[in-house]
Design a protein around this ligand. Sequence first.
Ligand SMILES: C[S@@+](CC[C@H](N)C(=O)[O-])C[C@H]1O[C@@H](n2cnc3c(N)ncnc32)[C@H](O)[C@@H]1O
Length: 230
Amino acid sequence: MSDATRPMPREQALSIARAFLPKRPWGNRYDYYYTQTKLRTDPLYPGVLAALRGTTAPVLDLGCGLGLLAHALHADGQTLAYYGVDIDADKIRRGQQIAARSGIAGARFEVVDLGARWPTHQGSVAILDVLQYLSHEVQAGMLQHVAGILTPGARLVIRSGLGDDSRRGRTTKVTDLLAHLAGWMQEVPKTYPTREGLETMLADAGLRAEFSPLYGNTPFNNWLIVAERG
Ligand SMILES: C[S@@+](CC[C@H](N)C(=O)[O-])C[C@H]1O[C@@H](n2cnc3c(N)ncnc32)[C@H](O)[C@@H]1O
């Protein structure tokens, strides 16, 4: 496995996770433990950081959750302006507060339902573990919109579970459903893009894309897709 397909080194993961500790010792540590586990087990961020390295354009993070990408970029020394949007107002509030107190200059957050509108932006775009929460029509429309806001040299970086009948595909779907039922994820997964479907949507949007597996040692069917204007 290359470094881009391994989870983040322990010290870097812990240092990012510490930003998510509650301000008071008796506060809720859920975000801290969630962040630490995610960074220690999932190769998502090393893969995304490698894909964005060398770019200079601001990054729009669609479905940003707590804005972990802003912290990963900061820890990696990538000083890209960051704009994260998510439907979950509570995550946006927490993400904004934690980025501000971590000194991530210029990180901006906004509550946006991607099923209803897509933000204005000029630069790179990240869509990390989000596509499955949107209908096929919204996925296709959003990728057309994204193609229009990618500037020269900027990249679209997608991580997505791909829908297929493999064991990995089934594990991905069941885990997402459990995350919803357990209350970790408010939204219900709607449509997992297939590889063929996503290739068609990206080509129709005028984007050239490369697909590579990004599941590391996890049991999921996660892929990294890096696209640029063709
Ligand atoms: C699995 S989490 C991924 C979070 C983040 N991208 C990451 O990789 O850490 C999926 C995110 O998509 C967001 N989401 C789901 N449906 C959405 C919608 N319609 N509009 C905006 N965000 C949405 C959820 O609130 C959640 O934060």
